[in-house]
Design a protein around this ligand. Structure first.
Ligand SMILES: [Zn+2]
Length: 223
């Protein structure tokens, strides 16, 4: 991999135009807008195929998201166009710090998402309810046993003494470690709060300590 610059770490590029990325099969018919870094894409495809004989159907529901896409997600929640944990915000309610903390239970500030890196994927559903169904439980069980064989780990494990900070558990989010460890190291070295800007609520990034709490508040296997 070539040296990583700030734009790679902050998601400021178009995956379709970046030669380090390739389009991947999501496993969902006619859903072709998924890109990953080449090594992560190969590992995903191998994992998807190897699950089939076990009657486990893995589908990508999210892959690389650039800064602009994350900004759209974040600001739709901020402005009340998208519900946040079941609630639609209004302009003055709740206050901005509460808004940011609520959104941060499951969504990253633009510039701080692992989805910018082209190494991380969401599998089958981004709802905990799905993973409570018999099918969802089978999928999660299969991933816990098998995903590490393909280089994938779950960064947002259940909150515990070992992972007290950061996002709530995401059973759908898996990270291709051989690459994402390199990205995390580079992120810690290169990115400062002055780089996290350009969206509603960006001024709260430092106060909420988003770099140590959310970027680094992950499963220790992912560091
Ligand atoms: Zn995710």
């Amino acid at each position: 991999m070539v040296a990583l610059g700030k734009n790679d770490l902050l998601g400021k590029f178009m995956p379709a135009d970046n030669p380090d990325f390739i389009q991947v099969k999501s496993g969902i018919e006619s859903d072709n807008e998924h890109y990953l870094r080449i090594e992560a894409a190969k590992a995903w495809e191998q994992m998807r195929l190897s699950a089939l004989p076990d009657n486990i159907h893995l589908k990508l529901v999210s892959s690389t998201r650039n800064f602009d896409r994350q900004k759209q997600i974040w600001e739709n929640k901020w402005s009340g166009q998208t519900a946040v944990n079941g609630v639609y915000f209004t302009e003055h309610n709740p206050d901005n710090t509460t808004k940011a903390k609520e959104i941060l239970k499951f969504s990253a500030m633009p510039g701080t998402s692992r989805h910018h890196w082209g190494t991380d994927i969401d599998i089958n559903s981004v709802e905990e309810e799905y993973f409570e169904t018999p099918k969802g439980k089978d999928v999660f069980r299969w991933l816990k046993v098998n995903a590490p064989k393909f280089g994938f780990e779950q960064p947002y494990t259940a909150k515990s003494d070992a992972r007290p900070l950061g996002y709530e558990e995401e059973k759908w989010h898996w990270s291709f470690m051989p690459l994402s460890k390199v990205f995390l190291r580079n992120y810690m070295r290169q990115i400062e709060y002055s780089d996290i800007t350009g969206f509603n609520g960006a001024e709260l990034a430092e106060q909420l300590k988003v770099i140590p709490v959310y970027v680094f508040g992950i499963n220790s296997l992912c560091r």
